[in-house]
Design a protein. Structure first.
Length: 455
């Protein structure tokens, strides 16, 4: 998405909060673009040009956006983008969201397309949703007036689910409480509640599980992809509420539910449980619990892998990179985002279908780097924990000498007081970045701070 084309759309410079305030004042809908990351420097020019084509920037679409909407572009990787992505459940880039002036979502789509008709259809769909008397704005206004019936709550919850927006646990509980007992013995009703992602242990969750026989039947009859979606939503919502309330007992319930979804695979189930609890400790800043659990977790599951397993994964990694050298820059960025506690994303290019950018083979190296960086980020000065993290980081450098692995090791060595070695490792990170034609300025900036002892 080139600079010249992007300038054709008038993007507001104010914050997203200010844009929505302006939209309410002017009674004007809002178009929100979650922009993709910039293309890799290693990408061949022809492929880079092909991937940058977008029907979004054609005159017919630009004219409609500039005349009918307040437009806001959210740049990949910024704090504002991350907060908005969590609020609107954005999991891929580019994403296009269309809002009513009151800030309620009308329509959304994921994925770039070179076809102008795709974007014209989006605009038409957004306008149709705006005129719909059953759109989210109208339903939300009715709910906020109080005395919401089960029918109204179901329509409101359905609309939010269809728009892929988070479901408020309190409203789902309110809906479930209004249903007669016999409703929880009907597969369609129970499945609806499950697909809204009830918090484990909540009234909605407990009522939906009144008939264990029905639950067992649903889990056998519902296709696996659909089960995975609502199981993940239950886990996500439970852990999100646990983090928001700093409720360790609720986090353990969510982690236990996640462990149970592995259907007898104890190792993967237990790893999932421990991972979720680590995420909880990290989010609520329970550093003492995090550090204790992290050492056991990373060394059990990722440091001490059997030699033949590591060999196979490394061979697969080399083959992967030979096929897709151009994605290395994005994987570099994504790895650092994961280490900082952010969720990996999907990046959509020239087609409507998104292309996932996630971990390549040999994910144990990525996990070890993430774990080492997370230990550093806690700010701990405890040399025992720092040495554990340094051991993990050295493994990644030995087996996969990439800039961000050297960068992690350099920071740990600096924290331990080995300044000269830290500077040498950070210099290697910057040099490798330049060789691979990925941005080196960040590494150079960190190196300068190390030299001045201001890190």
């Amino acid at each position: 998405m080139g600079r010249l084309r992007a300038q054709a759309i008038h993007f507001e410079k104010d914050s997203l909060t200010q844009v929505f305030a302006k939209a309410r004042q002017q009674n004007k809908p809002v178009f929100l673009l979650f922009a993709p990351p910039p293309p890799s420097a290693n990408l061949p020019p022809a492929l880079k040009a092909e991937r940058s084509k977008s029907g979004l920037y054609t005159p017919a679409v630009v004219e409609k956006l500039n005349q009918g909407f307040l437009n806001k572009e959210l740049v990949f990787g910024t704090a504002e983008t991350g907060a908005a992505a969590r609020r609107y459940n954005v999991t891929g880039y580019p994403s296009y969201l269309y809002f009513n002036p009151d800030g309620n979502l009308l329509y959304r789509r994921l994925g770039n397309s070179s076809n102008v008709d795709t974007y014209l259809r989006d605009l038409a769909a957004a306008e149709q949703a705006r005129q719909d008397p059953q759109n989210l704005s109208h339903l939300a206004a009715e709910v906020q007036q109080g005395n919401a019936s089960a029918d109204l709550l179901r329509r409101y919850l359905t609309k939010r689910r269809d728009l892929k927006l988070p479901i408020e646990p309190a409203l789902l509980d309110a809906y479930a409480r209004q249903l007669p007992a016999q409703a929880f013995y009907k597969p369609a009703e129970v499945l609806f509640i499950l697909e809204c992602g009830p918090v484990v242990g909540s009234p909605a969750f407990q009522l939906s599980h009144l008939s264990q026989k029905l639950i067992d039947s649903l889990y056998k009859s519902v296709p696996l992809p659909r089960r995975i979606v609502f199981n993940n939503l239950i886990i996500k919502n439970t852990l999100a509420q646990a983090e928001a309330t700093k409720d360790r007992a609720l986090a353990e319930k969510g982690a236990s539910f996640a462990r149970g979804t592995w259907n007898g695979d104890y190792l993967k189930g237990q790893r999932t449980y421990e991972r979720n609890m680590l995420n909880f400790y990290q989010t609520v800043k329970d550093t003492a619990s995090y550090l204790r659990q992290a050492v056991t977790f990373y060394e059990r599951y990722y440091l001490n892998l059997p030699a033949d397993t590591m060999k196979k994964q490394l061979e697969a990694l080399r083959a992967f990179r030979q096929r897709q050298p151009a994605v290395l820059h994005h994987l570099d960025s994504a790895a650092r985002q994961r280490a900082a506690g952010h969720t990996p994303v999907a990046v959509a290019t020239t087609t409507v279908r998104p292309v996932a950018v996630g971990g390549p083979p040999a994910s144990f190296l990525q996990e070890l780097n993430n774990g080492a960086w997370a230990i550093y980020q806690t700010g701990t000065r405890n040399k025992n924990y720092l040495w554990h993290a340094t051991t993990w980081s050295k493994r990644t450098v030995d087996l996969d000498p990439l800039p961000y692995n050297y960068d992690t090791l350099a920071h740990l060595l600096y924290r331990l007081g080995y300044y000269a070695e830290a500077e040498a490792r950070e210099q290697q990170a910057a040099s490798l970045a330049r060789q691979q034609k990925v941005p080196a300025s960040g590494y150079e900036h960190e190196l300068e701070k190390m030299r001045k002892r201001t890190l």
